[in-house]
Design a protein around this ligand. Sequence first.
Ligand SMILES: [Zn+2]
Length: 136
Amino acid sequence: MKYFNDSEFYNIKEMNGILLAQLDAFREVLSVPLIITSSNSPSQTHTPNSMHPKGFAVDCVVVPNKEVNTHYIWLLALCYFNAVGYYSDEYWHFDMRPLSPGQPKLFWYGLNQPENIEYFYSGSHGLNILIQGIKT
Ligand SMILES: [Zn+2]
């Protein structure tokens, strides 16, 4: 990888190759460092059916930069990943879960407590909610 070291992942050998390629490509276009905070460690708590232990997901923080705002990160991330989550503490979740033909990408944002996270699928309803949410 161009922008990440193997040591930034719990077990690089078990990470999905497509996710790693997309992460590097996303990082190149974003032009801002990303700090990986969680990858495929089985010991970290995630939601049931999490993509993390399967090696399909990373959580990260985008190093603050005045040239890059949250709207831009959302749009760019949805171009590169099959699922994108954003938490109020500014952690991002990016994953390359396999999608069936016709299945939409998944995106969500919410408070850090899992019970407060709302899930929105792509489509006009979800996108409207997302746009309202990221305005504030
Ligand atoms: Zn995650």
